[in-house]
Design a protein around this ligand. Structure first.
Ligand SMILES: Nc1ncnc2c1ncn2[C@@H]1O[C@H](COP(=O)(O)OP(=O)(O)OP(=O)(O)O)[C@@H](O)[C@H]1O
Length: 297
């Protein structure tokens, strides 16, 4: 089974929010969607899941276009955290609705997860705290048995113990090899611990599609110190500067090959040291713009 997003575009208020987005996801993966505030992560989820009509492009599940085959929607699940149409309902009422919408809805799993987190079917969502609502959204998504789950900031508002627990549940779900989860999050440190792949959005497009294992092999974060404050041009050309403090600079090289190493050696740093590379470094390396640069210097 595969989910193919093909050249998806969406214009909102005269702004090209999504501009020809394409990617493919098989089963058994957790994929992160990262990007700066307002870049279009939620819009992407809403458009894939049919809440917004596409201006251009297709969403295909197993080669079938979802817009032509409404029953294919049961293969996707996105519970919009901002949608408040359920707020007056009880958990039992929502369960009834989702059972009707998702033929494979797993009542036993739903009950077991509710129980584990001390939620009861008579509770109304209106009375939930932000964290409880987020937790319930994840439980409901998991119980649909939809092969492709979309979670928008799923860890937002959850305490550290529940976050760890939830991430464990999500990892178990994909470990079966029967489903994939797409997570939009600003919590890059936690995201990095669970995702296999990260799609990076900028200006309505996917600017990087990282397979994290491969990226860890090829990229390097290096701290360099030079005699004077002048940053060698070659460093700026070959890498992304993520931090500057006096004569100390920290640079991310996405493809740290022998040629890059040789060119770096010609700049004669007085000190050079590798630092651990994180997803947050790649975020800063690719998504920092002019306005942020003074924060780095
Ligand atoms: N229904 C809407 N009406 C008007 N503008 C919208 C609507 N939905 C999204 N937008 C605009 O589209 C852009 C992308 O918003 P979106 O919520 O998708 O970004 P995001 O990447 O999820 O942001 P964040 O990280 O802050 O949650 C923003 O400029 C937003 O104002």
């Amino acid at each position: 089974m595969s989910l193919v997003i093909n050249q998806l575009s969406k214009r909102i208020d005269h702004h090209q929010t999504l501009d020809g987005i394409s990617f493919e996801i098989g089963l058994g993966q957790i994929v992160g969607v990262v990007g700066r505030n307002g870049v279009g992560k939620t819009t992407l989820f809403r458009t894939i899941n049919g809440q917004y009509l596409t201006d251009h492009g297709q969403v295909l599940v197993d080669g079938q276009e979802v817009v032509d085959q409404p029953e294919m929607r049961t293969q996707l699940c996105f519970i919009d955290p901002l949608a408040n149409f359920f707020k007056g309902a009880t958990i039992a009422q929502i369960q009834w609705y989702y059972q009707a919408a998702y033929p494979d809805f797993d009542n036993a799993k739903f009950a077991q997860l509710l129980d584990r987190y001390h939620l009861t079917s008579k509770q109304k969502l209106r009375h939930f705290s932000k964290g409880m609502f987020g937790l319930f959204t994840i439980i409901l998504s998991v119980a649909t048995q939809a092969p492709y789950l979309f979670l928008d900031e799923p860890l937002d508002g959850l305490d550290v113990l529940i976050r760890k627990n939830i991430l464990g549940i999500l990892i178990d779900e994909v470990a079966t090899g029967n489903r994939s989860i797409v997570i939009a999050s600003h919590n890059l440190a936690e995201l990095e611990g669970v995702i296999d792949r990260a799609l990076m959005l900028k200006h309505g497009r996917i600017v990087n599609d990282y397979q994290l294992e491969a990226m860890r092999r090829s990229a390097r974060k290096v701290q360099l110190v030079y005699r004077d404050k002048q940053i060698p041009a070659v460093v700026k050309q070959l890498g992304h500067i993520v931090h500057v403090s006096g004569r100390v600079i920290v640079v991310v090289f996405e493809d740290y090959n022998a040629e890059v190493q040789a060119q770096l050696a010609t700049t004669n740093p007085v000190f050079q040291e590798d630092l651990p590379l994180s997803l947050a470094d790649l975020f800063m390396a690719n998504l920092t713009d002019e306005a942020d640069f003074e924060l780095l210097s």
